[in-house]
Write a protein that binds this ligand. Structure first.
Ligand code: GDP
Ligand code: ZN
Length: 458
């Protein structure tokens, strides 16, 4: 496959210190060399070396920008093609000038995701890894980031390959049986299929099971802060937003008019719902009993119920606790700097101790307890991003489910002693669905569809 040489600015556009232009393709080195003036001839430079010099207009020798140029020769580069990276530090105007100059040399501006696409097409990474690059760019929390990183490293692909291997073994075994269909072999085969097929099914289930956590880490836990007026809801919101880097999304296609705020609590992203409502002091609890608030509560994955320790519970609050008892709720007893007028037994009647945290939002104490409670709910102290492969991509989940259904059909057929070549069809389609996850035998259009989600320069 002959591919032309492409270039794009691969660092985020902005004021930042250094901008990098990445050039990839068979002609990357000679084409950059035309505009690069330095002690070393770029075409003679060893791979993985950095060179100081100037970008010049070839005709006039006018200096455009002082740069560092890195040469990475095929196949030891991200795209497996010759890659030249030009680091400029002169701000966006001069970076654009350098890029324009490169384009004049016959280099084409890269499409969004084209570098990653080439890495995929050249066999450097598989599809799950390529898709994880998108997730890396979009990650809203350190946990989401490390999951994506694991996937870039090929964790999910490895697991998919293990399952596919199990299915291939099964199919091979059946193949043998078709050739030698003695009766006792058939019985053995039924037992064998049951055992191996069930194991593969369990492995798929295990991956699907991580999907929920994966989604949460990617998209944030939808969180509602509730409580009667004056207990400290706005203070909590401010505390969360200050202490934790608020995350701004710049993902194309996300609707900006939906009002929600991301905060990062102990590596877990919370998507605070109805934030504007809280800010504008239209306290949710004032609408208790109103249908609207019930909908808001139903939508939330997590509810932070704020109660003030300095006052006795009101009947409204008891009613709210009763409504929330079955939901993922953390009770935040605020104002512990003040004398207590609260009867804790009234709260313990609805929530276990580990769901109750005590804080003082004016003094900023107790927030680590809140962090622990939140990660306790969603990870039960067991799951760490480091030791699990999370499936979080909708496409992967969908294919895993299809593979699961086919495999289950196959196992069902096996129980019913259906002719073995029919069973083979189910196994084969399960194997194919799994193959689509890692990009084995996927069509051109799917590949294009996936790579258009990238931003420019990746
Ligand atoms: P909201 O109406 O539930 O949003 O409550 P606010 O966050 O607006 O707080 C109501 C009042 O309680 C404000 O005057 C806060 O300064 C005060 N407050 C919030 N947290 C604490 C706390 O931990 N201790 C004390 N003593 N006062 C607090
Ligand atoms: Zn408020």
């Amino acid at each position: 496959m002959i591919m032309d040489t492409i270039a794009a600015i691969s660092t985020p556009l902005g004021e930042g210190g250094i901008s990098v232009i990445r050039v990839s393709g068979g002609e990357a080195v000679p084409l950059v060399e035309r505009v690069f003036q330095s002690k070393v001839k770029l075409s003679e430079a060893a791979t993985h070396t950095v060179h100081y010099g100037n970008i010049i207009v070839p005709a006039t020798k006018d200096r455009v920008e002082e740069v560092l140029v890195t040469v990475m020769r095929a196949p030891r580069s991200f795209t497996m093609e010759d890659v030249v990276e030009v680091s400029c530090h002169g701000g966006i105007v001069s970076v654009k000038k350098v890029l324009d100059l490169l384009l004049l040399q016959g280099i084409r501006l890269a499409e969004p995701g084209e570098f990653t696409k080439r890495a995929f097409l050249n066999g450097r990474i598989d599809l799950t890894q390529a898709e994880a690059v998108i997730d890396l760019i979009r990650a809203k929390s350190d946990r989401a980031f490390s999951i994506a990183l694991k996937q870039v490293e090929g964790n999910l692909s490895k697991q998919i390959k293990v399952i596919r291997h199990q299915l291939v073994e099964l199919m091979a075994h059946i193949e043998v049986n078709i050739d030698y269909p003695e009766h006792d072999v058939e019985e053995m085969t039924n037992a064998y299929i049951h055992e191996k097929g069930t194991a593969a099914l369990a492995h798929i289930d295990m991956l699907l099971h991580t999907a929920q956590q994966g989604k949460i880490l990617r998209e944030g836990i939808e969180t509602a802060i509730v409580g009667r007026p004056n207990v400290g809801k706005s203070s909590l919101l401010n505390e969360l937003a200050q202490e934790n880097r608020a995350i701004v999304t710049d993902v194309p296609g996300t609707t900006r008019d939906v009002i929600s705020e991301f905060v990062n609590v102990g590596g877990i992203p919370l998507k605070l719902l109805d934030t504007a409502g809280i800010r504008e002091t239209s306290d949710i609890v004032e609408q208790i009993g109103v249908e609207r608030s019930r909908v808001a509560l139903a939508e939330a994955d997590l509810i932070l119920l704020v109660i003030s320790r300095s006052e006795e519970l009101l009947p409204d609050e008891v009613e709210l606790m009763r409504q929330l008892a079955g939901k993922q709720t953390i009770v935040i007893i605020n104002k512990i700097d003040l004398p207590s007028k609260l009867d804790m037994n009234q709260i313990l009647a609805y929530f276990p101790q580990e769901r109750i945290v005590e804080v003082s939002l004016v003094e900023g104490t107790g927030m680590d307890g809140l962090e622990k409670a939140i990660s306790g709910i969603f990870f039960e102290g067991k799951l760490e991003a480091g030791d699990l492969t999370y499936v979080s991509n909708i496409r992967h989940i969908h294919l895993l489910k299809q593979a699961r259904a086919s495999l289950e059909d196959g196992l069902q057929a096996n129980e019913e002693h259906t002719p073995i070549d029919i069973l083979q069809i189910d196994l084969r389609s399960a194997w194919e669905y799994l193959g689509e996850i890692i990009g084995d035998s996927v069509g051109e259009s799917l590949i294009d569809q996936i790579f258009t989600q990238f931003c420019l320069g990746k």
